[in-house]
Design a protein around this ligand. Structure first.
Ligand code: AMP
Ligand code: FE
Ligand code: FE
Ligand code: ZN
Length: 282
């Protein structure tokens, strides 16, 4: 059984519809796939329908952008939570709204130096989708300023760039507690992805574990090997689940579906522990 627990559709910054992501997963020979759009569960229904008709298991999920008090970015995956849980819904709605304002501010700054307008960016955002820097990147590619999303991220969209603006993001410890309250299974996404920016220290892991963290996404292309070894030790000492996944974004990133996978026993534990929504099967 091949299981990929981290993908994005155009409900956030992936380039394909939820149904197309599920179809691509089936074509890639996966038996189970999670859709984990940034700060949105709006793709679940479409993905579930596609999974039922294609005979592949679908795990409803989300990736919540969080930030610690020290300003370190933490991405938290949740599986099988209740999407209508008021506390969690309030946080992700607040984050999605803040992301839009933030993107508009970044575009205002960028427009001083580059041929870019808010309309150009919106052109790349599906209706109602979570707006992110990748959409600004797409507009910069269309304007001929950069050749792809990666080039934009290594220059004007980097967190060190003068065009970068932050957006509201919940504290990761609070987000873990909310996910558990909503019956979800919280898994720390790409925890040691140092190429993305500063990563958290042991104390934050401990605080998240105390709040109910259940897993670590160890097998992910952005986790360097020494960091993975640290994560495996941490998982073993604390009884945490270890997952592996692609973080597929369609053509928006080189990540390939199934490039990392999660063990069937771990998937079975996630299904047992997640009580807010069921796994969808044909
Ligand atoms: P944001 O959520 O708006 O802060 O933008 C971060 C998102 O951009 C992440 O979720 C990544 O999926 C995406 N991203 C980061 N670096 C790159 C890159 N080099 N190429 C394409 N997408 C990227
Ligand atoms: Fe993304
Ligand atoms: Fe992420
Ligand atoms: Zn992701």
């Amino acid at each position: 059984m091949r299981i990929d627990l981290h993908t994005h559709s155009n409900v956030s910054d992936g380039t394909e519809s939820p149904a197309a992501v599920i179809a691509a997963a089936a074509k890639a020979g996966l038996d189970a796939v999670a859709l984990t759009d940034h700060d949105s569960t709006d793709g679940w229904a479409e993905a579930a329908d596609a999974a039922r008709s294609l005979g592949i298991a679908f795990i409803p999920g989300i990736e919540i952008s969080c930030r610690t008090r020290e300003g370190i970015s933490v991405h938290l995956l949740s599986y099988l939570h209740d999407p209508a849980h008021p506390g969690l819904l309030e946080e992700i709605t607040k984050a999605r709204d803040a992301r839009r304002v933030r993107a508009e501010r970044m575009v205002t700054l960028l427009a001083e130096d580059y041929p870019l307008s808010w309309d150009d960016v919106i052109h790349h955002v599906a209706p109602g989708a979570t707006v992110g820097r990748p959409h600004i990147a797409d507009a910069l590619v269309a304007a001929g300023v950069v050749s792809d999303r990666s080039e934009a991220f290594s220059s004007m969209l980097a967190s060190r760039s003068r065009y970068f603006v932050q957006h509201y993001a919940p504290d990761p410890v609070h987000a873990v507690a909310l996910v558990r309250a909503a019956g979800g299974v919280p898994v720390f996404a790409h925890p040691v992805a140092s190429s993305r920016g500063r990563v958290v220290g042991e104390e934050t892991y401990q605080d998240m574990i105390n709040a109910g963290l259940l897993g670590l996404e160890v097998e992910h292309r952005d986790n360097p090997e020494p960091g993975r070894e640290f994560l495996r030790g941490l998982a073993a000492r604390n009884g945490l689940l270890v997952t592996g996944s692609s973080d597929y974004h369609g053509t928006g990133k080189p990540n390939v579906l199934g490039e990392n996978t999660t063990a069937p026993e771990v998937f079975a534990r996630i299904e047992e522990l997640g009580t807010g929504s069921p796994v969808v099967r044909a």
